[in-house]
Design a protein. Structure first.
Length: 283
């Protein structure tokens, strides 16, 4: 199996893909991203095809921040089933809504069934405080269980696009990570600018538990942004992610490899995620 890993992809249950219109009518966040029939939704066979084309052996499949516990559970069941049938090639990250009183029960049940963490977390869209008591409970649960928390980090500047808002801000994520230093967290989309502050020694020390993924990097930043991120965060804390099906893994991988030194590329494009999400030894 190829040692490359796509650390940020999204899958929906086939029934949810078929119910796009109904989901859009009852879930404003889903509607913002997917009401347009041109917006791509993918199931597991589509992901496997995209990975094969890119020469990628493993992937992390994250959930969507539905408001409804029922919709979250339906997607979680699918993600967990796909992971269980993948022979170790897919890591499932169901999503949670901490505004739902039953979130911790579901989280523990999904962890017992093989979930590797939770994401892509969007507290702003779901109406919960990313620094509130429930978020702290989630961070402690992640620390005690070894789960990884994948956050949609909303950059405060730049152009508007569907789904930009509603995640966690980079400063909020830094504060949460400092409060729960044993919890491993991933800041999606290059961390929304958080990596810039790694140049400050006290910030670097406070957020050593945060990793950064490259999902949708080239829709947001220039061609050299990933190389700069590696310089700031270190080669062991950056994870290649495509944001499939929004973007094709093969093209995103090619662009990132073009900007990385050969010695850095294996970790960024697979080794780091293989260790973080799949528990494989670092090379």
């Amino acid at each position: 199996m190829d040692n490359r890993v796509d650390a940020h992809t999204h899958l929906f249950a086939p029934a949810q893909i078929a119910a796009r219109v109904a989901l859009s009518e009852r879930d404003p966040t889903f509607a913002e991203l997917y009401a347009d029939p041109r917006a791509k939704l993918a199931d597991a066979p589509a992901l496997r095809t995209a990975l094969d084309r890119a020469g990628i052996g493993r992937a992390v499949a994250a959930g969507f921040a539905f408001a409804s516990p029922r919709d979250l559970a339906e997607q979680a069941e699918y993600l967990l089933a796909v992971a269980a049938e993948s022979n170790g090639a897919i890591a499932a990250l169901p999503c949670l809504n901490l505004a739902d009183p039953g979130w911790e029960r579901d989280a523990r049940r999904w962890l017992a069934r093989g979930a590797r963490g939770f994401g892509e977390l969007r507290p702003g869209n779901q109406g919960w405080d990313p620094l509130g008591p429930e978020a702290i409970r989630l961070a402690h649960l992640a620390a005690e269980s070894g789960a990884v928390l994948l956050w949609h980090v909303s950059e405060p500047l730049g152009h508007a696009y569907p789904g930009k808002r509603g995640g966690i801000g980079p400063i909020e994520l830094a504060e949460l990570a400092a409060r729960a230093p044993s919890a491993r967290m991933v800041a999606a989309h290059l961390g929304g600018g958080l990596s810039f502050y790694l140049q400050m020694p006290e910030v670097r020390r406070a957020i050593e538990n945060i990793y950064f993924d490259t999902a949708a990097a080239f829709l947001l930043y220039d061609e050299w942004s990933v190389a700069r991120l590696v310089d700031l965060a270190g080669p062991g804390r950056v994870l290649f992610g495509s944001d499939f099906p929004l973007l094709a893994p093969r093209r995103q991988l090619e662009r990132i490899l073009a900007g990385l030194p050969p010695a850095t590329a294996p970790g960024v494009c697979g080794g780091n995620a293989a260790t973080l999400y799949f528990g494989l030894p670092s090379e």
